[in-house]
Design a protein around this ligand. Sequence first.
Ligand code: NAP
Length: 274
Amino acid sequence: MSFEQCEIGFIGGGNMAEALFGGLVAAGRDPVTVLVSEPNDDRRGTIAARHGVIVTADNRDVAANCETVVIAVKPQVMAGALEPVSDELAARRPLLVSVAAGITLDSLDRFSGGGCPIVRAMPNTPALVGRGATALVANDTATPAQRARAEEILAAVGITTWLEKESLIDVVTALSGSGPAYFFLIMDALCRAAERRGLDGETARLLCTQTALGAATLAMASEDSLERLRLNVTSPGGTTEQGVNALKAAGLERALDDAIGAAEGRSRELSKPS
Ligand SMILES: NC(=O)c1ccc[n+]([C@@H]2O[C@H](COP(=O)([O-])OP(=O)(O)OC[C@H]3O[C@@H](n4cnc5c(N)ncnc54)[C@H](OP(=O)(O)O)[C@@H]3O)[C@@H](O)[C@H]2O)c1
C-alpha cells in the first residue's frame, strides 16, 4: 500500500491520538492524509472505521512518509517506539510533535536519532471532549512554520499557549495537566457537603458541575482579574462571604499552593533521564 498522500502521521493510536486526529478530521482535514500506526489489530479497525484515517501496524510507514509525526505513546514505551525508526527520522527530519508527559526535548532528540525539529506538548484530559488546555515548547531546530503546524494539531482539541522555556512545563503539568483532578476533588467535596444537608446526589452534581462551567465561562469571557470576579459576587455580609471566609480559614489557598508544588516536583523527577 502507498502512503504518499499521508501528511500527518501518528505513532500510537490510543485515546489522545484519537482525540487529535478526530479533531483534525472534524475540522475538515481529509482523513486519507492522516496515517496512524497502532500495534493493536482491533484498535486499528476501530479508528479506521470511525474516522476514515489510514492505518498501519508499522511505525516505519509513518517515519518514512509523513511531514509531521505526532508521537502519542505512553512515556515508558517512547524509546522503544522511536529508536527502531530513528535512522529514517534522522535522514528525513520530519517535524516531531510529542504529547508524552515527562519526556524532554533532549530525550526526544536522542531517541529520534538527532536533528529533527521537535515540539513538546502538554495537553490535558478534557482534550478528549474538545476542551483541552495545551502548553507547547519547541526546540531551536523548529521553524515558525513548523511551530504553527504543531499548534494547529493541538488547537483541534482546545486552547494552546507557547512556553518560553521548557522547564516551565513542570508547572504546567501541575496546573493544567493534573488540574482536572483537583477540580473533580473540589466538586465532589462540594456535592457531598450539599448531600449531607439533604440535597439529592443527582441534583447536587447537576448544579455543581454547571456552576463550575459557568464560573469558568465567565472568567474566560472577562478581562477582570480572578480576584475581582470573586469580589463582584461577594456582597459584604452575604452568604458567599461567609463561605469564602470559611475556605480561607481552613487553609484552602495554602493547600492549593502545596498541591502545585508537590505535582511540579513529581513532574521534574519523572522527567529526569533514566
Ligand atoms: N489521555 C490524556 O488525557 C493525556 C493527557 C496528556 C498527555 N497524554 C499523553 O499522551 C500519550 C498517550 O496517552 P493515551 O492516554 O492516549 O494512552 P493510550 O490510550 O494507552 O494510547 C497509547 C497507544 O500507543 C500504542 N502503542 C504502544 N506501544 C507502541 C509502539 N511501540 N508503537 C506504536 N504504538 C504503540 C498503544 O497500543 P497498545 O494498547 O496495544 O499497547 C496504545 O494504543 C501519553 O504519553 C500521555 O502522557 C495523554
